[in-house]
Write a protein that binds this ligand. Sequence first.
Ligand SMILES: C[S@@+](CC[C@H](N)C(=O)[O-])C[C@H]1O[C@@H](n2cnc3c(N)ncnc32)[C@H](O)[C@@H]1O
Length: 242
Amino acid sequence: MPLPSIEAILGDGSRASADAPPIPGYLEQLYWWAYVHPRAVVVFEREWLVNAILFGNYRRLRDAALADLGERVQGRTLQVACVYGSLTPRLCGRLADDARLDVIDILPVQLDNLRRKLTPDERVTLKRVDASSLSAADASYDQVLLFFLLHEMPEVVRRATLREAMRVLKPGGKLVIVDYGRPTRLHPLRPLMHQIFKHLEPHAFDLWRHEVRAFMPQDLTPTAVERRTWFGGLYQKLVFTR
Ligand SMILES: C[S@@+](CC[C@H](N)C(=O)[O-])C[C@H]1O[C@@H](n2cnc3c(N)ncnc32)[C@H](O)[C@@H]1O
């Protein structure tokens, strides 16, 4: 079956102003309770809750992503999408004096929430941008981070997001992805996760059925790939080198 067009999935732009991208349809339909509703931030901006949702794995997944970005983060880093918890404040704490961090998200409420968690810092910029259509120039970042974003996206948006992430990376730059992976067949939480995905996060099944590599652009193939899994395969980290 052909994939629906990206315009069909991202929405018709009716809520977009001239210079602001529209809120994607899948966020409003599937994730309104987690990100879009103004009270979502009040409920979910609790590290213990994020940790509980990840069955106690939040800190090690956060720290694994940070470890790949570096003890001292150099150059220009792009974090694609805000996250609840302490990942971005800790990333800011690792920035070298002349490093830069840009964080993009499509939802103003999430950018405002992140702004409240950060100490003002001229090295750090928050921008309202759609992950599938970045405004940055080709080869302009040393590192790009995607933390638990891809599983939420319909396939066409996921493909566009990965293409954009690879496009904006400099040759030799790193794309760090942390997300769900395929749990082992007899994983005790598999039936529960199946129900959660079925009812709340239907696009996440794609990461059980396919390797993330299957969604990468054919013409921007990475020169190296590292993969590590945790918790019986339910979580994975990938590091692609451009
Ligand atoms: C990174 S994911 C989930 C992360 C994880 N559950 C957490 O917060 O700990 C959630 C974020 O992705 C953002 N997002 C989803 N689709 C997006 C897109 N197409 N462009 C930019 N941001 C997007 C949402 O607005 C939300 O802030």
